[in-house]
Design a protein around this ligand. Sequence first.
Ligand code: NAP
Length: 286
Amino acid sequence: MKIAFLGLGIMGRPMAENLLAAGHELIVWNRTAERCKPLERKGAVIAVTPAAAVAASDICIAMLADPEAASEVVFGDAGVQKAIIPGKSYIDMSTVDPLTARTIGREIEAAGGRFLEAPVSGSKRPAEEGSLVILAAGNRSLYEDALPLFNLLGKKHLYLGATGQGGAMKLLVNMTMGGMMTLLCEALALGKRCDLNAEEILEVFAAGAIANPMFAMKGPKIAAAEHPVNFPLKHMQKDLRLAIALGDEKQQPLHTVATANELYKQALADGCGELDFSAVGQSIGA
Ligand code: NAP
């Protein structure tokens, strides 16, 4: 089975590397072509366009920045859609909103292809270790066929139903994570003003009911004002924006998410978009 991979960013590159390392024939494409070179050195073949990648593969996987990128790669000149014919399969693992996933899915299916959305929970390290949580929805037979690939990329995978359900689940994860992060940063900022030691704050948090892996991982980095990028802040703000839009559509008030979103927007305005999302702490004063 020939696999293509579109989008070799923080997540896409290690995911593609895991597929290569398992012995799959891999075709790669990235908007900034030079990012394909490390994969080519490991045996991947570079495609010049998304359509060429689809034409050369049985299953094409994408891991792109946002709804705009995911749509452009499918519907743009020499996009995925141009090469979809019966027998082709497209799996979009990018975090997008349900509407974008459904629009892409409908067009792929109209051209005779199979479509699955499969956003992931887990960051750079889980992508490298192949321990992502894969939130799939859409074509069930494609899900079954992709399981050997998902087993290489993730430690857990779920089939959640109709296209859109994967994106919705992913937005729940990230709106929760985004809000947890801003709350942690506000606690550290207030602690600083109270002359409490950040290490001790984190020690106390880790010992009680609010202990969690994210605080343990990110807390010391925030205290040290170090924000090596695993999950870019600009993408967290995108996910909050998408969660709020979903809340609008479903008439679900999201007061906490809306407040968190403003904090990430402030951090974007402060020039932190390319840093890790923990850099929201800089704007909060953590
Ligand atoms: P990233 O490092 O910013 O990579 C984004 C990728 O999208 C790059 O390959 C980029 O190409 C491509 N791209 C952006 N705009 C494009 C456009 N208009 N047309 C074509 N390609 C375009 O992002 P990432 O961290 O790998 O995240 C990828 C997706 O996974 C996002 O939806 C993100 O929300 C989600 N996610 C990320 C994490 C994480 O911890 N990082 C975890 C879970 C899910 P260039 O190289 O040319 O810029």
